[in-house]
Structure formats: C-alpha cells, structure tokens
Design a protein around this ligand. Structure first.
Ligand code: ATP
Ligand code: MG
Length: 222
C-alpha cells in the first residue's frame, strides 16, 4: 500500500554544508534521497560560519550564489538562508529550531548527513537535542569504508534511533535515523579546491554554471 496517511504530512530533506564549492556529490545525494525517501522538497542550507572548519576561503555570499545556480533548474530543490541570516557559529540545532517555528510541528524534517559528518555528530553543539527536531538520513560516502569505528555514544544513539522503515519518516515529524546507500561519487569540495588552485579543470565534477561563476569571480586561485 502506498503511504496514504503520509500524504498529509510534508516531508522535507535538509542538506546543510559549507558548499565550498557545491558539487555533484551534494546534488546527486539530494536527488537520490528525494526519490528513495519520497521527499516533497530538499532545502540546501549553506553555513555562514561552519563551527567545525577553519573560516572558508570563499565568502558566504559566493558559496550561497553557487548553491543557487546549482539548484536553479530543479523545482524540488530550495535555497534556505536560515544560517546566512544569523551571526555567530552556524549551529544546526539553532537552524532546526528556527525551521520549527517557520514550519508546522506536523512537518517531517530529514537531515542528510554523510558518514564523515556523522562520525563527528556527537561533538556538535547540543547534539542530543537534534533528533527531537528532525530525522536523520545517514548516507554512506565512499571514504567511509576506511573510516575508524564509531565512538560508543554514536553506536548507542544509532541503536536507539535506527529504523529501516521509510514510513517512520512520514508518520512522525522527528526521532528516527535511517541509513541509505547512494551512488558512490568520490567528489569532495576539498579535492575540487585543490584542483582549481593547481589550475586543473573541475568539469564533470560540478555544474557548468558553477564553474563559470568560479571563473568569473576568480575564486580558488593560488
Ligand atoms: P569539504 O571537503 O570542504 O569538507 P565536502 O565535499 O565534504 O567539503 P560539505 O559542504 O562539507 O562538502 O558537505 C556537506 C554535506 O554533504 C555533508 O553531510 C557531507 O558528508 C555530504 N557530502 C559531501 N560530499 C558528498 C559526496 N560526494 N557524497 C555524499 N555526501 C557528500
Ligand atoms: Mg566535508
């Protein structure tokens, strides 16, 4: 039976990131999760001041513009400026709380996390509150295979919260972690930045309009 009940509850995917720059790894993840989890939309949320990284070399405005260009031709992908409009560190728990005031409590939110991001999740600001505000879709990245085992706190968290049933994401608005396997695209912003700095092409790793933006604004030069 189709998810008849769930049709009433909007289900929104959330992809936060530095997007320095956005690439096909991000876009393909959003596309596949939108399909496999039957999401109504996916919001791309660029971090103004990512708490776990050194300050990005490229301004939040440029990173945001590149996200807008990359998602312009997909009506299910939305740009979300929640973090850009806030000063201080861009903590996901604050972002989720402001999304909860914007959206009804009924709305199901699904935060996408690559395995690399999840392995540090227990270090995030007020991390234990996050699962009460959204679900988590844990996505395997190719580099995760060689990753160190998860810390005990995260193992326990997964044990308590894990589900294999997509309907859980549609029938409740927060609280579950689901693992999803997606097409492995071993693309990272770090590798792209290094290639661009070395004057190598980033074609076929990211959308052409983003490449044009980078050239025009002379970003990622040595
Ligand atoms: P950097 O190399 O600067 O850390 P990144 O490529 O990891 O950049 P982020 O903006 O840090 O990109 O990532 C945002 C989110 O997208 C994270 O949850 C990350 O795990 C996920 N992600 C990034 N690249 C991929 C990819 N190729 N496949 C699947 N998930 C990805
Ligand atoms: Mg990263």
């Amino acid at each position: 039976m189709a998810r008849a009940q769930s049709m009433l509850r909007p289900v929104i995917g959330l992809l936060g990131g530095t997007f320095n720059p956005i690439h096909f790894g991000h876009l393909r993840m959003a596309q596949e999760l939108a399909q496999s989890l039957a999401l109504d939309e996916v919001r791309f949320i660029p971090a103004a001041n990512p708490p776990h990284k050194v300050a990005p070399s490229v301004s939040a405005t440029d990173r945001a513009e590149m996200v807008k260009l990359a998602i312009a031709d997909n009506t299910a992908f939305k740009f979300d400026d929640t973090e850009l409009c806030r000063s201080g560190a861009s903590y996901m728990v604050d972002t989720l709380q402001s999304l909860r005031t914007e959206l009804s409590d009924e709305t199901s939110l699904v935060l996408f996390l690559g395995g690399d991001a999840f392995s540090e999740f227990h270090t995030w600001h007020r991390w234990e509150e996050i699962i009460n505000l959204c679900h988590i879709a844990l996505v395997k990245r190719p580099t995760d295979i060689s990753a160190a085992p998860l810390p005990e706190a995260l193992k326990l968290f997964l044990h308590n919260r894990h589900t294999d049933n997509i309907d859980d994401l549609h029938q409740t608005s927060a609280g579950y972690v689901i693992t999803q396997i997606i097409t492995a695209l071993d693309i990272s912003s770090t590798a792209i930045r290094n290639q661009l700095t070395a004057k190598q092409s980033a074609r076929y790793l990211m959308p052409d309009n983003v490449i044009d933006y980078i050239k025009h604004h002379q970003l990622y030069r040595a």
